[in-house]
Write a protein that binds this ligand. Structure first.
Ligand code: DC
Length: 218
């Protein structure tokens, strides 16, 4: 099986890029952020505000399905894919992702996908922790201002008329800090990763660049 790890900070477009690359290669694309978001969704639904116990985790069954090049995420049988992409869930996901118990719980799901499928896996710790033996590791980043600008335009396009650029930038910087400063599996560049700054690249250019890197390992 072939595994490509794409790690990087939030708002860099890892998921869009990974999805395109996976489509071109006929690989699965696992968006691991969705798994952390699924636990965040469970926490909100069950009003868990301070830490998950091993017993609580036993009540959680997370499954992913890949159809027509896109991932659906299921929590205890319910398809929650569309309920995960909002800022409230993102913040809680970032918070709960510090918990070792949760990370260990989700590592199993991630590794199982890679065991049985050729996969492009995107996240924060794929190259460093989840798949240290990945065939190719990419650290995809862009300047915070560039990521904030992309997110800002996306929000505006989606009808959030009153969104303020500086608020978006502040959230991006806060999440960068939280994700890279946590003790367990922080966001960092794997020693053997290819570092790719996409500040001056659009989606297609980034996809092309990654496709060229992937061709080198096939
Ligand atoms: O990629 P995303 O924005 O959907 O991720 C949401 C949060 O989940 C992110 O702030 C940190 C956490 N996360 C993580 O700790 N490790 C991963 N492999 C993926 C996400």
């Amino acid at each position: 099986m072939i595994a490509v790890a794409i790690d990087g900070p939030s708002g860099v477009g890892k998921s869009s890029v990974s999805q395109e690359v996976a489509k071109k290669l006929g690989f699965f694309h696992l968006d691991t952020g969705a798994l952390y978001r699924a636990i965040a969704y469970y926490a909100v639904k069950n009003e868990i505000f301070s830490g998950f116990s091993a017993n609580e985790l036993k009540k959680i069954d997370i499954k992913v399905e890949f159809k027509d090049n896109s991932q659906s995420t299921f929590l205890n049988g319910e398809n929650i894919t569309e309920l995960l992409r909002n800022e409230e869930i993102a913040k809680i996901a970032s918070k709960i992702s510090r918990e070792k118990l949760i990370r260990n719980f989700l590592i199993v799901i991630q590794r199982n996908v890679a065991k049985e499928n050729n996969v492009i896996m995107d996240g924060r710790d794929i190259g460093t922790v989840v798949l240290p033996q990945a065939n190719l590791k990419i650290f995809l980043t862009a300047k915070p201002e560039v990521r904030a600008q992309r997110r800002f335009l996306e929000l505006k396009e989606n009808g959030h008329k009153n969104v303020i650029f500086n608020d978006v930038l502040k959230e991006i910087v806060e999440r960068d800090n939280e994700d890279s400063r946590r003790k367990v599996a922080p966001l960092k560049v794997a020693e053997d990763a290819v570092f790719l700054d996409s500040s001056n690249m659009n989606l297609n250019e980034t996809v092309l660049k990654i496709m060229n890197l992937v061709k080198g390992i096939l």
